[in-house]
Design a protein around this ligand. Sequence first.
Ligand code: SAH
Length: 251
Amino acid sequence: MMERKDTKHKDTPFRKKAICGLLFLLLMLTGLPTCSAREEPDYARLREEMVREQITARGVSDPAVIRAMRKVPRHLFVPPDRRAFSYGDHPLPIGEGQTISQPYIVAFMTEALGLRPGNKVLEIGTGSGYQAAILREMGTRVYSIEIIPALGKRARKTLSRLGYTDVHIKIGDGYRGWPGEAPFDAIIVTCAPEQIPGPLVEQLKEGGRMIIPVGKRGTVQKLVRGVKKGGRIRTEDLLLVRFVPMVGEGD
Ligand code: SAH
């Protein structure tokens, strides 16, 4: 009896341990996918922080711009190895020697266009397609031109995968604008020519707004806002910025 009792006492903790061990193993195994999923940054939270700390805190107040910046998943417009940094307060490389602008600059330039839903907007320099997605989220009709074919094609793919299927992207030199779709209510240029291209002024509606960085290659540029009045563009300088140069005819 004693012996059996002893064996029983020895067996029970062992069995318990074995069961616990098995349960632990099972938890580990089933828990693994959850663990690795948790290692992925919480992009929605990073985006909220970006809007709070970089956009509204610095004075951007147009509710439609804020809504768009809160909604568009910026991390999906940058190469996978840069995603973790995509909500940081800086521009990021997107390949082909080009960059996606700093979030604040995107918001600031968008606000400066004074957009209303239904406006027809021309963007020069599609890049990643992020700015185009922000414009589309504002309810505008978007036409965007990119000179580097690989970037234009990738932006098209990214945008349509995210449901922005009606953003029109043309591959070519944006210096000449998009005459077949002119006139535009607003024009945003995200690469820097040395002077405002004449064809873009022509393709702006009377009362239309343009935002464009202007300056010599390799220097800081002036971010200029223009309004077309009486067939001419009246400009004001807003900020000092650093954009990639406009290449092609505007070079
Ligand atoms: N708006 C973009 C960032 C633009 S970076 C975004 O949201 O990601 C500037 C882009 O302008 C680059 O992709 C560059 O290839 C393009 N570019 C330079 N010169 C151009 C030209 N003449 N016509 C059209 N695109 C041009």
